[in-house]
Design a protein around this ligand. Structure first.
Ligand code: NAD
Ligand code: GLY
Length: 350
């Protein structure tokens, strides 16, 4: 097993890559948090590997719909009931939803204790578990409540992916494509040549490494998203609106990002930083994983207004992340109302 390190001003931690170590050692108490689905599949596998003075478990409901204060409350109550203290550790066993919630709970419990990420979806392995963004949703939008709290370690074991439904796998690929388009043209070409699946383990491992290395580079340079890191939100400005409008859980996060990528690419083409043929290639690559690439907007005025809830909005200006050809990005916040509405219009047809 090898590892790469994330180093931020606040913390340096390893991302271990490969089969989970036979023993995970902790000096303090451990609270393992999972959801009803992943817990059933993998708790028996994980628990014997943990060595700690006391291990307790909290199971939360499965799904984006439960990325709420109630789930955080359940974790905190379990932590208090079992008398966790500031030397204790929470372990997140699950996809991005569990990881984001547990990271948040660990970040606010007694003003912050350690947590460990053991991501079990492709999306969480290449993106969500790395970089310390934690949080929950509310009626105003996704991930609007949260904090940066870096994990103490991340363990990427592709073994977990074998039980992942195909649709979830594809949603993870959308985030890998996102990283390639924004940061690495040669990685994009490689993805164009190689179809990822559980049956092509070598390619999958190469893609995991490629995406994780990009994320690591970005987080090390810009932990708190003062600049560069915002590029990882390519496709998300539109994607988050799609998730909210359609009801959390209707589309998977990666599916919403896939449609969001196609929408923002239309803006990029108007702006002249992406050619139509580049936009078509990105769309074709997404479609090759059966990812949705067209969202039908029912009310473009409403959609437009929802865009402003994006966390990158400042002074009432939406900052769009546009691919600058494939492999680079630029930030642009000067689109006029008419320019944005023109692009939204393209998505009003069935
Ligand atoms: P998820 O956590 O909901 O997992 C998807 C589904 O797969 C769930 O039903 C889950 O129970 C199930 N599952 C998980 N692992 C499994 C396995 N090995 N076998 C079978 N089923 C399994 O969704 P996700 O796509 O992993 O994550 C999406 C979330 O991540 C969103 O809330 C998004 O906002 C967040 N996210 C966060 C960051 C970040 O930087 N913090 C980055 C990207 C996405
Ligand atoms: N997934 C976006 C980020 O971590 O910044």
């Amino acid at each position: 097993m090898d590892s790469i390190h994330i180093t931020t001003p606040h913390r340096s931690y390893p991302i271990h890559f490969g089969a989970l170590a036979p023993k995970l050692q902790f000096k303090g108490k451990v609270l393992v948090v999972s959801n009803s689905r992943v817990g059933g599949l993998y708790l028996d596998f994980l628990l014997p590997k943990i060595s700690a003075p006391e291990i307790c478990i909290c199971i939360i409901e499965d799904g984006e719909h439960y990325k709420t204060f109630e789930s955080v409350q359940r974790i905190l109550e379990t932590a208090f009931l079992h008398r966790l203290d500031r030397k204790s550790t929470m372990i997140a066993l699950g996809g991005g939803v569990v990881g984001d919630i547990v990271g948040f709970a660990a970040g606010i419990f007694m003003r912050g204790i350690d947590f460990v990420q053991i991501p079990t979806t492709l999306l969480a392995q290449v993106d969500a578990s790395i970089g310390g963004k934690t949080g929950i949703n509310n009626v105003f939008g996704k991930n609007l409540i949260g904090l940066f709290h870096q994990p103490a370690s991340v363990h990427i074991d592709p073994f977990f992916l074998h039980t992942l439904p195909a649709r979830e796998f594809a949603a993870g690929v959308a985030e890998i494509i996102k990283m390639a388009v924004t940061f690495d043209a040669s990685f994009f070409e490689w993805l164009w040549e190689h179809h990822l699946s559980l049956e092509t383990q070598d390619s999958l491992l190469t893609a995991l490494r490629g995406a994780i290395s990009i994320k690591q580079r970005v987080v090390c340079q810009d932990e708190k998203e003062q600049g560069l890191r915002a590029a990882l939100n390519y496709g998300h400005t539109f994607g988050h609106v799609i998730e909210k409008e359609s009801g959390y859980g209707h589309y998977l996060h990666g599916e919403a990002v896939s449609m969001g990528i196609v929408m923002v690419n239309a803006l990029a083409c108007k702006h002249g930083c992406l050619t139509t043929s580049e936009a078509e290639r990105i769309c074709t690559l997404l479609q090759s994983y059966n990812l949705p690439t067209h969202y039908k907007i029912l009310n473009k005025q409403q959609f437009y207004h929802s865009l402003f809830l994006d966390k990158k909005t400042a002074n009432n200006k939406i900052k769009f992340i546009l691919p600058n050809s494939i492999g680079n990005v630029l930030f642009y916040d000067k689109f006029t109302y008419e320019e944005i509405m023109n692009v939204l219009e393209q998505f009003c047809d069935s």
